[in-house]
Design a protein around this ligand. Sequence first.
Ligand SMILES: NC(=O)N[C@@H](CC(=O)O)C(=O)O
Ligand SMILES: [Zn+2]
Ligand SMILES: [Zn+2]
Length: 342
Amino acid sequence: MQNLTLTRPDDWHLHLRDGEALKAVLPHTVRQFARAIIMPNLKPPVRSVADAAAYRGRIMAAIPAGKQFEPLMTLYLTDNTSPEEIIAAKASQFVKAVKYYPAGATTNSDFGVTDIRKCDRVFEMMEQVDIPLLLHGEVTDRDVDIFDREKVFIEKHLIPLKERFPNLRVVLEHITTADAVQFVLATNNIAATITPQHLLFSRNVIFQGGIRPHFYCLPILKREEHRLALLQAATSGNPKFFLGTDSAPHPRNSKESSCGCAGCYSALHAMELYAEAFESANSLDKLEAFASFYGADFYQLPRNSEQIALTKTTWRIPDEVPFPESGLVPLWAGQEIRWQMV
Ligand SMILES: NC(=O)N[C@@H](CC(=O)O)C(=O)O
Ligand SMILES: [Zn+2]
Ligand SMILES: [Zn+2]
């Protein structure tokens, strides 16, 4: 196969940041995707419908002239989010989901929830008005091994949450383990996003010949057996698994540091990376539904009607793209890959 034509995809998990950073990265997403679920972990986070409206306005203003893109906004859940804010979110039309970060789990999560049960009144309202809950599904206990934090989150928090709110629609974001795949398959009203890095790499890549901070993201890459389980899930044609890049730009100097930030930048070449992963599993025929159908169906939005095309041409991922402070290193910088956006 030399050419691949797909319905224009959407990115169901994306960090755009703000200000000059937003202006630097948004064109990369817009080139490929029609819509994206925009993560609310700004400093300070997007906590109210008013915050989301203002942030949405800044994103719209940064869309390159003549291009179409729809940012789908989310609210950042805190210990103080009120059920009334959920009603307002549903009524807004542009807020599509609410995002849960355990306090301290990841980049800009200091405002996150300290105990998930504190939010039960909010979850009850979310279940009632039917607005999805998006989870950064990791525990933050320092005594839990970093490679087990997703599995322990599922056992300790997610299973009880689904028992309390069986009709709450949940997306377990950026899943990284066979345990998460199993749980999603076995449970009603839950779906999962999968990133390109978790389909392409196991944790070995972080330590190949030295420490490689541009492969460090959260949840951290896992063993090869987990990567294979994710690749199997993504290419299975099951609508519970869909595309979410978790593209998370950080300037080079805050990644290449004695305490480097978590996050991989994939918005530059997301579809090309996913094509590489799907081709490795002989499943390019499954890419369109994963990238363009199942997420829209889960969010109860129409599928896109335009198309994009990829062509089989080897090209080299650039070492860096422009970004405020110190440039931005894309995921797998310097590597040759086989598919290119037309
Ligand atoms: N994935 C990451 O490693 N980082 C994300 C936060 C997140 O999605 O957890 C970021 O905002 O930088
Ligand atoms: Zn996360
Ligand atoms: Zn993320």
